[in-house]
Design a protein around this ligand. Structure first.
Ligand code: ADP
Length: 425
């Protein structure tokens, strides 16, 4: 029998370099246990005899370099063994990056460690490759910074942000990347309608990477692993190239698209950045719009309620007079195609506009800025997020959820276009 004495257990024998691909049901998760041998999920090693819970709607692969027996407890959508995976090439990429980390970490060295960026269309496994590379680095005693520039399906905190967090131990399969000290910038939307402001916060993040690297030799040597959006044409490509420069990326890994690989090779010729082509895993599953929306809802839920629902967020109230609300860029600009020929949108992309409280804020996720004054807002990262559950226009107050009880760290809040329908949804 398997976990908790259950009898719905299926055992799978994996030969060397094979992986077991598991898609859980939308409605319920499963438990995965390593019975013998060695195996890992996206670079996180499984401990023998211990089972990990995989939540409903998730898709994972249990890979083994040398062979393993795996048990799955619970009903799943599908579980099958695949013999062809790009895992060995990912491990080779790690070896190249780690050699650079070791050189940079040698006594007396002032070299920078590798700064890696994974790029490619959506659903090619970019964030998975970032996790694998961070896990391999952590397992070899390094603590690279995981940087997520993907607004829509970011792996670290709520959608609509860009952020960075050090990975100093392999990523916990149930809890995700620990976020004690994440560095978060609020963009406030799931797609980039305001490229100037997006570039601005990426540039700020880049400056902080440099400061961190100057202040701490281990951080300098460990470098960073950057996940990006799947937007690779036109402005999307321009944003990738901008991020490449702003974050001083020296290794770009292009996953699953020869055209983008060719374009980047041309654009980056003559720089000291190397472009590599990586194979896409056959296990990566394309996600529907609906699935993406559900993943985003889960990210919001996990932020307020904890990855396993263990937090009880505090419901609090604040009078309109106690807080200041601002929006950056004065709302989404009309796309150029919607304007008469020859005209450009008149909104200043970096304008900081005060927001008058109204019922339209209901169900919004707002960011609590570290900025003290209106002028600071463009350059400040955020302390966290609150979720508006009620707007009382008569008594002029909000009710909101916050993951931490007590007073907000600041009364300056940023408004974007992030809405979450909450737990009932
Ligand atoms: P991207 O970042 O390019 O959009 P992801 O890394 O998020 O893509 O991968 C898409 C989905 O495929 C995720 O749900 C991920 O867990 C899943 N996935 C990735 N690699 C595998 C694999 N080898 N086997 C099964 N599922 C996988």
């Amino acid at each position: 029998t398997g976990v908790d004495g259950r009898d719905d257990v299926v055992s799978h024998a994996l030969a060397r370099e094979e992986e077991l691909r598991v898609e859980t049901l939308r409605s319920e998760g499963c438990a995965i246990a390593l019975v013998s041998g060695h195996a890992e999920i996206f670079g996180s090693e499984l401990a023998r005899g211990q089972s990990v819970k995989i939540g409903g709607g998730k898709k994972v692969a249990v890979f083994t370099f040398h062979g393993a027996t795996i048990e799955i407890t619970g009903k799943v959508e599908i579980a099958y063994v695949a013999g062809e995976t790009p895992m060995v090439s990912y491990a080779n990429a790690h070896a190249v990056l780690n050699a650079k980390r070791e050189r940079a970490g040698a006594a007396g060295s002032s070299e920078e460690g590798p700064r890696v960026m994974c790029v490619g269309p959506t659903d090619v496994g970019k964030s998975t490759v970032c996790s694998i590379l961070c896990n391999y680095a952590a397992r070899s005693g390094q603590a690279p910074l995981y940087v997520d520039l993907d607004l829509g399906q970011g792996a670290l905190t709520v959608p609509g942000t860009i952020c960075a967090a050090p990975v100093d131990a392999q990523i916990d399969l149930e809890e995700g990347i620990p976020l004690e000290m994440p560095l978060v910038y609020f963009y406030g939307d799931l797609t980039v309608n305001n490229p100037e402001y997006y570039k601005h916060i990426v540039t700020r993040l880049g400056a902080l990477l440099d400061e961190r690297s100057k202040a701490n030799d281990d951080a300098r040597a460990a470098g960073c692993v950057v996940n990006t959006m799947g937007w690779i044409d036109g402005m999307g490509l321009e944003l990738l190239l901008h991020a490449r420069e702003a974050l001083k990326i020296d290794h770009v890994l292009v996953i699953g698209q020869e055209r983008l690989y060719g374009q980047l090779q041309q654009k980056l010729a003559g720089t000291d950045c190397q472009v590599f082509r990586m194979q896409k895993s056959g296990g990566v599953v394309e996600r529907t719009q609906e699935f993406r929306r559900a993943t985003r809802d889960r990210m919001f839920k996990e932020y307020f309620y904890g990855p396993t629902g263990e937090l009880a967020p505090a419901s609090q109230t604040a009078y309109f007079s106690q807080i200041s609300l601002y929006r950056i860029g004065g709302g989404p600009r009309a796309p150029a195609s919607a304007l008469p020929i020859g005209q450009t949108a008149s909104t200043d992309p970096m304008r900081i506009a005060p927001v008058v409280p109204s019922t339209s804020l209901l169900h919004s996720v707002l960011a609590v800025s570290h900025g003290k004054t209106q002028g600071d807002l463009l350059n400040s990262n955020v302390a966290g997020f609150i979720y508006i559950t009620e707007v009382d226009m008569i008594q002029k107050k909000f009710t909101y959820l916050s993951p931490c009880p007590g007073e907000l760290p600041s009364n300056v809040l940023l408004v974007g276009n992030l809405k979450w329908l909450g737990l009932d949804n």
